[in-house]
Design a protein around this ligand. Sequence first.
Ligand SMILES: Cc1cc2nc3c(=O)[nH]c(=O)nc-3n(C[C@H](O)[C@H](O)[C@H](O)COP(=O)(O)OP(=O)(O)OC[C@H]3O[C@@H](n4cnc5c(N)ncnc54)[C@H](O)[C@@H]3O)c2cc1C
Length: 443
Amino acid sequence: MSHNSKYSHPDDEIPYWWHAAPPEPDSNVSLPARCDVAIVGSGYTGLTAALYLASAGRDVVVLDREAIGFGASTRNGGIASGNLRLSASQAKQQYGETKARKLFAEGVSARDHLHELITTHDIDCDYQLNGRFTGALTDSDLQKMARETELFSAMTGIEAYAIEQNQVSQYIGSDVYVGGIVRPDIAHFHPGKFHLGLLKAARQAGTFVTGYCGVDQISKTHSDGKFTLQTAHGSVLANEVIMATNGYNQKTLNNWLSKRIVAVRSRIIVTEALSKNLIATLAPNLRAMGENRRLFRYFRPGPEGDRMIFGSREPIIQGSLDKAIEHVRQGMIGIFPDLASANIQSSWAGNVAFSRSELPLIFQHDGIHYAMGYCGSGTVWAPWFGKQLADKLIARDGHSSTQPESLFFGEPPAAIPLYNGRPWFLPAAMAWEGLQDRLQGRS
Ligand SMILES: Cc1cc2nc3c(=O)[nH]c(=O)nc-3n(C[C@H](O)[C@H](O)[C@H](O)COP(=O)(O)OP(=O)(O)OC[C@H]3O[C@@H](n4cnc5c(N)ncnc54)[C@H](O)[C@@H]3O)c2cc1C
């Protein structure tokens, strides 16, 4: 399809990743009547928790309302950063140096864990540790980013570094940046193939996973503390429940959660196959890339090094998907004019989940376990938090020496004032962030 193709509805949009890793069709399986742990949501969080729990001998059922993996886990950009939204100086100021160091160190452990999952289960997902370049749009941004990078490197031991304008062409084929930051430790991979490998591993460990089986209600049996999950295909009785719905929670299932997690849509476009030489010029070393706007944009070469994959916040343009896609495309060619004549082969959107603290969350509420709110860095955090929840449940039964180690276990998040699951404030927030970018000279 070309960039001016017509789309009838956003849900008709097929993520590029689904071509190599197509979702399973509905197969009308019958649900087990009971299990040790029921998991709502079959993305990276749900499947990783399932993998570890089933490997430790638990009966696990994973249910998804849509096709297995329908959510962000097969829609993302595949950039494996494990970043936090907080800068190094903000984290130091907010939590003190010792805790800030530990929070960033956990991001490194989480990234190592992703790599370990891929190698242990032999998941063929085009994992490439090529680094990431983040472009600075103004001199003052560059100075600030360089200071933050120095502090970040001192705190984490990661050898990140700043580059000046005369070096930019070694890192990106664009002349819009005055310099930038290089992180050699960030990889990219194929999100769909990774999800498929995780699904296979979870099933091999004995997990029951099905799509097209939305959980409509969860009720607690007061006599024994067990939970009944109602679906259109029958009910499941579970000792424990994990909510792994991230940006796809529905108010009708969990109104309490919908007041605490905001889903923000992000859109990705993918060019048609282009010359590998061109892509290698635009993305030297086939690095992932991004820039320091408040309205963040992220981009990377395709797994074969022959196309550009470009993501940004979903433009809020009422009623016109073509215009939204064109808006993202204009953003891409503003950075890479060489891509002006490239057709857009695929485009789709997905939901990114944020909480008020802008930190990833693991908590328990009313006996149900939750892991979510990865703020756009869930390729690393979601599998890690799935493991943390599994470790917690396994350790609690007293049969394991593996203890959960995350610093992020905490109290349930506070409700967001005046928010009831409908993000009425997003257009204004986006306009505000766009204005800040313009005022700071990041046009
Ligand atoms: C466009 C986009 C680009 C991104 N790019 C990056 C990136 O480059 N790097 C990065 O680190 N992160 C990125 N992310 C974020 C990352 O993809 C997510 O944080 C991560 O995949 C979350 O995984 P999850 O398993 O928690 O949730 P999801 O994968 O979203 O899964 C949640 C599932 O819950 C299911 N569900 C909801 N309600 C019910 C119900 N009632 N019953 C049963 N099932 C239900 C949904 O159908 C869905 O499949 C991106 C996200 C998007 C949308």
